[in-house]
Ligand binder design. Structure first.
Ligand code: GAL
Length: 714
C-alpha cells in the first residue's frame, strides 16, 4: 500500500510539473503589465526577494495597453524539470537589456547564461545585474521572474517548424550561406519546474522600461547629498586622516558631500566583524559628528561575510549556509530572522550614530571564493537562488533600516537583479575600462539599475580628466581611492579642469535631483541609452526600412550599436571623450541640438564631428531645453536652505519643465511634502522668449531663492 502511495505521489508530481507546449494565458495585473504563470514556479523568486509593491497610480497614468506581443507566438513548456520559453521576433527587430552588459548594447543574436558574477570581460550573461528582462525596439519588454541561472538564446536558433525558417544553402557554391541563419525567436531555459512571466507594453521602448521600473516600485530617489561629490579614502585611513582629507577638500575648494571608508574602519575584514576598529577609530560617534559638522556624511564599506569575531556571530550562525566565504559565515538572508540580526548590528553600531550609508561589496562573485551551487541554506532555498538575489536582499534590508529612521540613504552595491529599481544603490566594479564603463551606464537604463563609472587612478592627467568628466555625468560622482589614495588634485596639469567639472556637477544638482524624482515617480531612467530615444535602432520604421543606409550616414548611425553617447535627463546628450581622443563623432537625434556651454546650434538629425579640449566634455541640449543650475556650492543644500537658480534656456522652442523639490533627506515626500514648480518658457508679443516660474505652493517645501533666466541661444 505504501509503495502504491509512493508511486502515486511520484506520478502526481510528474503530472503537475509537466506542461505540454502551449500558449500561456495572460492577465493584465497593472496597466500595461501582463502576467502568466507557467508550470509550478519556485516559492522564492526575484520579486519576492525585492518585496516591493508596484506603483499602480503611476502605472495607470501610462494607461492601459493590450498584450504587446501576439499571444500565439509565445510558447511555454515544462519538461525534464525545466521550463522552456519562446517569444517571437520579427525581421529587423532589435533587442536590448538582459542585464548590465559592458561591451554591447544590441542583444539580438546573443547566447547568455544569466548568472550573478563579477563581470569578466565578455557579455555572456555573467554580470553584476543579470536581469532577466529585455526590451524590443518595437516597444515592449519581457521579464522572467525566476532566481535561477536562465539560459537565453536571443534569436540564435532555428526551429524546424518556424514560419520563417530559412532555406538551407549550399556552402560550396552559395556566397549567402551563413553559419548563423535567420532566427525568429528568443528562447530560454529556466532550470526549474515553472516561472512567472511578465510582459510590459509600450508604445515606445522607453514606456516599456518605465512600466518595468514602476512595477518594481519606481526608481530610487536618493537624498540630495547623494548627488554631490564623494571620495573613498585609502584602505587603512584613521579617523584623523579622514578629517584631514575632508579639510583638504574644503581648503582647496573642491566639492564633497560624503566620504567612503574602505575595509579598515572594521576591526577585521574579509570576513567582516561589522564593528569599528577602535585603534583607527577610537570614538566612532564623535568622529561621525565631527564629519557632519564639516558637512560631510559617511559611507561604510562592508562585505556580507560574518567573521566569528563579530558580535552577531553566535546569534546568526544557525541561520547561515553550509559553506563559508573567506572563513566567514554566509547568512541566509532569505530568512527575515537573519536579516534582523545583521541590520540589528549595523543599526546599533553605525546607523544610530549617524552613518549615512553602505558600500556592499563582494555579493556578486567570483565563483572561486563564493559559496558553490552545492551549498545548502537553512531556509531550503538553493545556493543558486541565493546567488541570484544576494545583492537585492542586502539592498532591501539596509534600505528598510534607513526607512525606519525616516532618513534616506544612497550607497554602492556590487550585485543586483530585477526588482531592485527602487533601492538607492549604485553598482560599481573593479574592471576599470573607461569605454566599457560608459556602455554599462547605457545598459543600466534597460535593466532598472544604476551604475557609476567610478574613477580610481590614471596613467596621465588627460585620462584622469576624461574619467572625471564622465563620472560627473553619472548617478554617483565618485573617486574610489581605496588602493592608491588619488585625490581630485593629484594631476596638477588638469587640476583646474577637474575642479570645474566637479563644480558643474554641483551646479546641475537641481536638474539631476528632478531627473531622479522622475525616475522615482515616472520610472524614467535618469541616465539612459540613445536607443530609448525615438528613431534610434528601429529597423521597423518605414524610413529606415526603405533607406539606402550607405547614402545616409545619419540613418546608418542610428541603426547601429550606439554605445558611447547617452542621455542625461530630459534634455542633455553626453558624448564622452576617452584617453587619446580630442575629437569624435556624435549622433544628434532629429530636432535641433545646441552646445551646452555656448548655446550655439550644433546640428539636427545628423552625425557631427566635435573637438573638445581637456576643459570640456561634449554635451548637447535639446531644443527647448530648460536647465536649472544652482551656484557651485561645495555641499548639497541642506533642508530648507534657500538656493538661487540660474535657469538656462536653449534654442527657440517654448515649453515647460517641472522642477522637483523636497527636504532632500527624509521620506516625508511620500506624504506629500514635496513640490513641482513649473518653469515655463513662452514667447512675448515681439516673439522674444521669456521664462516664468510658478509660485511656491502654500505649505510645500520652498527652497528657491532668486531666479535668473539666461537665454543661451541668441
Ligand atoms: C574591492 C572593491 C573595491 C574596494 C576593495 C577594498 O572588492 O571592488 O572598490 O572596496 O574591494 O578591499
Amino acid at each position: 500500500m505504501r509503495r502504491f502511495y509512493n508511486h502515486f505521489f511520484i506520478l502526481l508530481l510528474f503530472v503537475s510539473t509537466t506542461v505540454k507546449a502551449q500558449n500561456p494565458v495572460w492577465t493584465e495585473v497593472a496597466p500595461g503589465v501582463w502576467k502568466t504563470i507557467v508550470g509550478v514556479p519556485d516559492k522564492f523568486d526575484l520579486l519576492k526577494a525585492a518585496g516591493v509593491l508596484p506603483n499602480k497610480e503611476a502605472l495607470s497614468k501610462l494607461g492601459k495597453a493590450g498584450l504587446p506581443l501576439a499571444e500565439n507566438g509565445i510558447v511555454a513548456e515544462v519538461t525534464d524539470g525545466r521550463t522552456f520559453l519562446r517569444f517571437p521576433l520579427v525581421k529587423g527587430e532589435q533587442l536590448y537589456g538582459f542585464g548590465l552588459n559592458f561591451k554591447t548594447v544590441q542583444q539580438r543574436g546573443k547566447i547568455l547564461q544569466l548568472h550573478v558574477d563579477h563581470y569578466g570581460g565578455t557579455d555572456n550573461g555573467r554580470t553584476h545585474a543579470p536581469v532577466p528582462f529585455y526590451i524590443s525596439d518595437r516597444g515592449y519588454g519581457v521579464f522572467v521572474n525566476s532566481a535561477r541561472y536562465i539560459t537565453v538564446y536571443a534569436g540564435t536558433a532555428v526551429r524546424r517548424d518556424s514560419p520563417e525558417a530559412p532555406n538551407p544553402r549550399d556552402r560550396n557554391t552559395d556566397k549567402k550561406w551563413s553559419s548563423q541563419p535567420y532566427s525568429d525567436a528568443v528562447e530560454m531555459v529556466v532550470p526549474t519546474t515553472g516561472t512567472e512571466i511578465y510582459l510590459f507594453a509600450g508604445p515606445t521602448p522607453l514606456d516599456a522600461v518605465r512600466r518595468f521600473n514602476l512595477f518594481n516600485g519606481g526608481g530610487c530617489l536618493p537624498p540630495r547629498w547623494g548627488l554631490g561629490f564623494t571620495q573613498r579614502v585609502k584602505l587603512l585611513f584613521t579617523a584623523d586622516q579622514v578629517i584631514e582629507e575632508a579639510r583638504a577638500f574644503a581648503e582647496k575648494g573642491y566639492p564633497l558631500d560624503f566620504i567612503g571608508l574602505e575595509p579598515g574602519w572594521q576591526s577585521k575584514s574579509y570576513p567582516c566583524t561589522f564593528e569599528w576598529d577602535k585603534t583607527r577609530f577610537p570614538d566612532p560617534a564623535g568622529f561621525v559628528k565631527t564629519m557632519k559638522e564639516m558637512g560631510i556624511r559617511l559611507n561604510l564599506w562592508t562585505n556580507p561575510y560574518v567573521s566569528s569575531e563579530s558580535p552577531m556571530y553566535q546569534q546568526i550562525k544557525p541561520l547561515t549556509g553550509s559553506h563559508t566565504v573567506w572563513g566567514g559565515a554566509v547568512a541566509d538572508l532569505t530568512m527575515p530572522e537573519a536579516q534582523k540580526i545583521m541590520v540589528g548590528q549595523m543599526g546599533k553600531d553605525q546607523v544610530s550614530i549617524g552613518v549615512s550609508g553602505y558600500k556592499i561589496d563582494e555579493c556578486d562573485g567570483y565563483d572561486r571564493w563564493l559559496w558553490p551551487d552545492v551549498a545548502k541554506f537553512p531556509s531550503g532555498n538553493s545556493a543558486e537562488q541565493l546567488r541570484q538575489t544576494y545583492g537585492v536582499l542586502l539592498q532591501k534590508m539596509t534600505t528598510d533600516l534607513y526607512r525606519q529612521q525616516n532618513s534616506r540613504t544612497y550607497g554602492l552595491v556590487r550585485a543586483s537583479n530585477a526588482g531592485g529599481s527602487s533601492f538607492p544603490y549604485v553598482i560599481y566594479n573593479d574592471y576599470y575600462s573607461h569605454e566599457d564603463f560608459i556602455t554599462a551606464l547605457i545598459n543600466s537604463s534597460f535593466a532598472g539599475v544604476l551604475w557609476t563609472p567610478e574613477v580610481r587612478g590614471s596613467k596621465t592627467g588627460e585620462e584622469w580628466v576624461r574619467r572625471m568628466q564622465t563620472v560627473c555625468f553619472s548617478p554617483m560622482a565618485m573617486i574610489n581611492a581605496w588602493s592608491d589614495g588619488t585625490k581630485p588634485w593629484s594631476f596638477p596639469e588638469v587640476e583646474k579642469e577637474v575642479k570645474a567639472i566637479a563644480l558643474l556637477r554641483m551646479q546641475l544638482m537641481p536638474y539631476f535631483y528632478t531627473e531622479f524624482a522622475k525616475y522615482h515617480f515616472e520610472g524614467t531612467p535618469p541616465f539612459r541609452a540613445m536607443n530609448l530615444e525615438p528613431g534610434f535602432g528601429s529597423m521597423q520604421s518605414a524610413e529606415l526600412k526603405n533607406a539606402n543606409l550607405s547614402e545616409n550616414p545619419y540613418l546608418e548611425a542610428v541603426s547601429k550599436e550606439v554605445k558611447d553617447q547617452y542621455m542625461a535627463g530630459e534634455y542633455l546628450l553626453v558624448a564622452p571623450l576617452f584617453k587619446g581622443q580630442n575629437e569624435r563623432t556624435v549622433i544628434l537625434p532629429k530636432g535641433k541640438w545646441f552646445d551646452f556651454y555656448t548655446g550655439k546650434l550644433a546640428g539636427d538629425g545628423e552625425v557631427i564631428k566635435v573637438t573638445a579640449g581637456l576643459d570640456k566634455i561634449p554635451v548637447f541640449v535639446r531644443d527647448g531645453g530648460i536647465v536649472p543650475l544652482m551656484p557651485p556650492l561645495l555641499h548639497a543644500p541642506a533642508a530648507g536652505q534657500k538656493i538661487d537658480l540660474e535657469i538656462r534656456i536653449y534654442g527657440s522652442k517654448t515649453g515647460s519643465y517641472r522642477l522637483y523639490d523636497d527636504d532632500g533627506e527624509t521620506f516625508d515626500y511620500e506624504k506629500g511634502a514635496c513640490s513641482w514648480r513649473v518653469l515655463s518658457v513662452a514667447s512675448d508679443k515681439k516673439g522674444k522668449l521669456a521664462g516664468n516660474i510658478s509660485k511656491a505652493e502654500k505649505g510645500k517645501p520652498d527652497n528657491i531663492g532668486k531666479v535668473t533666466w539666461k537665454m543661451m541661444t541668441e
